[in-house]
Design a protein around this ligand. Structure first.
Ligand code: HEC
Ligand code: HEC
Length: 289
């Protein structure tokens, strides 16, 4: 019951805790925070992680071994639509998914994934064994824990990298798409180094049209449809054109679909980034006040 009640305000709570964990004030009028904050500061990181998990209603602590087994299976079967870290791509983020959050050890989750929602672009994984689905569920719970449970982070100052190396990395890897102007005063545009780090690694898609996933579809008769991707699966694609009109197209032989994701490069980048790169780039960007 507790979990259901908490989940509604999940993101708001998350924002409050993000503030608490780095010693900032929660939003004015927040009732849970003063007491929570007082206790929080005297806890060990382990106690903090447990308290945060309970407070957020995250459920059982993820099983690390199962999560490790689930990771490659997620990557192989799910990442193409849900993103490599389950934060969403053409399919929804599973970090904020009720189907995942409302599940302790994979029971509801397994039933959902086996059945899928083919009409909405979520395939049915009806032949995937329950043990594998449980491991994938644990992997997802661990992802949620990483995003939500900042109590588990021991490092209060994440700006630990080498600025000069970070600068070199940015010059070598980011400038095909960005200009120095994109990065000037970038640190002042984020509330904290943590948010800056999240922002450059994983730019939020938000509702910015220039960050939307788009597609060009060429039909069998040569007619074209182009626009924002509303839904996509192996069998069907729905695009909304510039006027907002939706076009649903069956992906039959002879139909050509070309999908463009402006943030695809960032997703790729995550897979190639070493821990040192990550810390160095954050240190460099954090110095651009
Ligand atoms: C071809 C693309 C695709 C693949 C592959 C895929 N999904 Fe999905 N998934 C979707 C879409 C689209 C939805 C949203 C369905 C809807 O609108 O109801 C979805 C929804 C979900 C949801 C429910 C989210 C919510 O809270 O509504 C879960 C859980 C989920 N997928 C898990 C998985 C898992 C686990 C795998 C791999 C075993 C997987 N998906 C593979 C496209 C995909
Ligand atoms: C292949 C292209 C490409 C590469 C390489 C690339 N980015 Fe981006 N990045 C984008 C696009 C596209 C956006 C969204 C642009 C927009 O909305 O203006 C973006 C957005 C961002 C944002 C804005 C996030 C926000 O929410 O405001 C930051 C910060 C950023 N990138 C940092 C970096 C850094 C640092 C690197 C190198 C380590 C990098 N990018 C490499 C394409 C790229």
């Amino acid at each position: 019951m507790m979990r259901r009640a908490v989940r509604g305000g999940w993101l708001a709570v998350l924002a409050v805790l993000a503030g608490l964990a780095i010693g900032q004030e929660g939003p004015a009028g927040d009732q849970a925070s003063p007491q929570h904050q007082a206790n929080y500061q005297n806890m060990t990181p382990e106690q903090r992680a447990t308290a945060t998990r309970e407070f957020l209603g995250l459920g059982a602590k993820p099983d690390k071994d199962a999560a490790r087994r689930g990771a490659p299976m997620f990557k192989q079967n799910c990442a193409v639509c849900h993103g490599p870290q389950a934060r969403g791509a053409t399919g929804p983020s599973l970090i904020t998914s009720d189907v995942v959050l409302g599940d302790d050890h994979g029971e509801h989750f397994a039933a959902y994934v086996k059945k899928g929602r083919p009409e909405k672009g979520m395939p049915a994984f009806d032949s995937m064994p329950d043990t594998q689905l449980k491991d994938i569920a644990e992997f997802l719970h661990e992802q949620i824990e990483e995003v939500a449970n900042r109590g588990g982070y021991q490092v209060l100052n994440i700006v630990v990298g080498d600025k000069a190396k970070g600068k070199a990395y940015v010059e070598g890897h980011c400038m095909p798409c960005h200009t120095a102007e994109n990065f000037s005063h970038i640190a002042s545009r984020y509330r904290s180094p943590e948010q800056l780090q999240r922002g450059w690694i994983w730019p939020s898609r938000g509702s910015e049209p220039k960050r939307a996933v788009t597609a060009m579809v060429k039909m069998r008769d040569g007619a074209m449809a182009a626009g924002r991707v509303v839904q996509v699966s192996d069998f069907r694609i729905v695009v909304a054109d510039a006027a907002g009109q939706k076009h649903a197209i069956e992906r039959e032989p002879g139909v050509e679909v070309e999908i463009k994701d402006p943030l695809a490069a960032h997703e790729q980048m995550i897979l190639t980034l070493s821990n040192n790169d990550l810390h160095n780039v954050t240190a460099w960007l954090a110095s651009l006040k």
